[in-house]
Design a protein around this ligand. Structure first.
Ligand code: PLP
Length: 455
């Protein structure tokens, strides 16, 4: 009998998150206070984040303990299964072995609750009454709604307008878990009103929604802000994915040659790949880690490595990142969770140091891959996840051409059961590949006046 699913016992769930900052070949440049251009201090962040998360943002400790209260909530769906995609291998007639870590088993249907639960816990522990956040496709908003509800915190979600209209059922989930949801840009904040004054029909963007959520949190004493990707502590919380996968690979006596994940701000890519990359960084083990971004928002492959804001209005610290410019508004593609202008600082440094790789793919190839996968493996992937699957298929086909057996792991970041409109649009031929002109690609970058980084 051949193994299909590799499970762990609850007792085998990781006790600590892995912090790759301890093993990076070059440290990151410090984030800067935009007013003084000095490295930010913890006090600069304390208006919107709890102290423990600020500490986690900068710690160089390799292991950070997962509180028992957080592990208790994780146990609702964790450990998640590692699954061998044998039917996909057969269909592709490839010598490659393909495994995926299935994060669609969480209550919200994606990897995002891994950090949402931790963030809600630390805010609650420090007496915060209310959180604000932004959401693109609604994945992050629903994950945090669930987590905030579990720990008894109120939540306001600023949801990118195009997704609010395309994905009404995500809003229903958030409401079920007790959150208030607004279509961003709103007239509730100055940032929102400024955007609406210039572009009343603005489809919104993650950057704008972040500005709105931060503005509300910064102006209220009992309210904090919570971010679903990009920041170091968020990436670290997601390493529970890869740490489980390392143990699951041990059980079958295998180790991946290639790890692949879709890329929005970097959290699920970091989550699945960093625990494997530690063996590359410390022991020189061979391993390729490939981040897959949409061709319509190609910050890793076409962006510039420089200081930029994480949001449109410029409330966040200046982060050293690959960016398309914080005013870049991506085409309204269906993979809403990948429509972000920049990449996390850790990811950016690792890409600059060539520890990791990146590719940009068009959405039609991705949907085609997602449908192929669903037909043979059953599970319907989120549009974001299809980006990883398309790259897996490319790697598996290359393995066939080269006649080399290799082991591929990808992160199945979420299921697509609330994204069926996107599939309908794809079947109806309504989706297009969006080829960015240089003007579209570089106009937001050209306008940046944030500090450059010498290459
Ligand atoms: C949010 C999301 C992503 C992308 O975000 P990262 O922070 O880069 O992980 C990918 N897949 C799904 C299903 C998502 O919800």
């Amino acid at each position: 009998m051949s193994t299909k699913k590799i499970f762990l016992e609850e007792s085998e769930m990781p006790q600590s998150w892995y912090n790759i900052q301890a093993d990076m070949p070059n440290p990151m440049l410090p984030p800067l206070n935009p007013q003084t251009l000095e490295p930010i201090k913890p006090e600069d962040l304390s208006a919107i984040f709890p102290m423990e998360l600020i500490k986690q943002e900068v710690t160089q400790e390799r292991w950070v303990e997962i509180p028992e209260e957080v592990r208790e909530v994780y146990r609702i769906w964790r450990p998640s299964p590692l699954i061998r995609a044998r039917n996909l291998e057969k269909m592709l007639d490839t010598p490659a072995k393909i495994y995926y870590k299935y994060e669609g088993v969480s209550p919200a249907g994606s990897h995002k609750p891994n950090t949402a639960v931790a963030q809600a816990y630390y805010n609650k522990a420090e007496g915060v009454k209310k959180l604000t956040t932004e959401t693109g496709a609604g994945q992050w908003g629903s994950a945090l709604s669930f987590a905030a509800q579990i720990f008894g915190i109120e939540l306001e979600v600023y949801m990118v307008k195009v997704s609010y209209l395309q994905k009404p059922y995500r809003k229903s989930m958030m409401n079920t878990w007790g959150a208030q949801v607004f279509a961003s840009p709103t007239d509730r904040t100055e940032s929102g009103r400024n955007v609406l004054a210039e572009a009343p029909d603005s489809p919104g963007s993650l950057g704008i929604a972040i500005s709105e959520a931060i503005e509300v949190a910064a102006t209220r004493d009992d309210t904090n802000y919570s971010l679903g990707s990009v920041l170091n502590h968020v990436l670290m919380h997601q390493t529970v994915i890869g740490l489980e996968a390392v143990k699951q690979f041990e059980k079958v006596g295998d180790f991946p040659d290639v790890v692949i994940a879709p890329f929005g701000g970097g959290s699920n890519f970091a989550g699945v790949s960093f625990p494997f990359l530690q063996y590359k960084l410390r022991e020189g083990k061979k391993l390729r880690a490939i981040a897959v971004e949409p061709a319509s928002c190609p910050k890793l492959t076409k962006g510039e490595f420089r200081y930029d804001y994480g949001d449109t209005a410029g409330f966040t610290p200046l982060i050293p990142m690959y960016t398309l410019g914080h005013n870049f508004i991506p085409a309204p593609i269906h993979a809403g969770g990948l429509r972000y202008h920049g990449a996390g600082a850790i990811i950016s440094q690792l890409l600059k140091d060539k520890v990791i790789e990146a590719v940009a793919l068009h959405q039609l190839e991705c949907f085609e891959a997602g449908v192929k996968f669903a037909k043979v493996e059953g599970i319907i992937p989120a549009p974001e996840t299809t980006h990883a699957i398309a790259q897996v298929i490319r790697e598996a086909e290359r393995a066939k051409e080269e006649g080399t057996a290799k082991t591929i792991l990808f992160n199945f970041s979420g299921h697509g059961l609330l994204d069926l409109q996107a599939y309908d649009d794809y079947f109806a031929g309504k989706l297009k590949d969006h080829n960015l002109t240089d003007d579209e690609l570089y106009s937001a970058l050209r306008k940046l006046d944030t500090p450059k980084i010498e290459q």
